[in-house]
Design a binder for this molecule. Structure first.
Ligand SMILES: [Zn+2]
Ligand SMILES: [Zn+2]
Length: 146
């Protein structure tokens, strides 16, 4: 399965193939900034399954509260965030679903950082929720069990 994606201005085009490892919704305050809204949806994929077809991504990085580096790859023209990657664990990239061609087709398997979610957010029953965020390996294991 191939899925095409692009940034808001079209300078960046990419393709995703293979299996999606997880679909996550995050309401942390960093994601408020990234989305200029209240959170972001992300699919985790193997970095080998991401192919940049057009343009050059710009890089901005910060260290998270847990001490991990978080590298943000984005369009230098329109500023649209495409994916995040931890340089210490580069095998998995966290792609922002809003830039995918079928962006409305994703349903979160887990909701993270409810602690900073707006009070009006409604989470479907029987969905994994976390006040903050568990380590990635634990989260993937919990999603598999569902
Ligand atoms: Zn752009
Ligand atoms: Zn977040």
């Amino acid at each position: 399965m191939n899925i095409n994606g692009s940034c808001q201005c079209g300078a960046i085009e990419y393709q995703v193939s293979g299996e999606l490892l997880a679909t996550l919704m995050c309401y942390c305050t960093e994601c408020h900034k990234v989305s200029a809204g209240y959170g972001t949806m992300t699919v985790l994929i193997d970095q080998n399954n991401f192919k940049l077809n057009k343009g050059t991504l710009k890089l901005w990085q910060r260290s998270s509260d847990s001490g991990n580096m978080n590298r943000a790859h984005f369009c230098g023209d329109c500023g649209n965030r495409i994916y995040h990657q931890n340089p210490d664990k580069p095998d998995i990239i966290r792609l922002k679903t809003g830039t995918l061609g079928n962006s409305a087709d994703y349903t979160p398997q887990a909701h993270l950082w409810l602690k900073s979610a707006p009070a009006w957010v409604l989470i479907p029953k029987d969905t994994l929720t976390f006040q903050t965020q568990p380590p990635l390996a634990n989260l993937l294991a919990l999603i598999k069990e569902q």
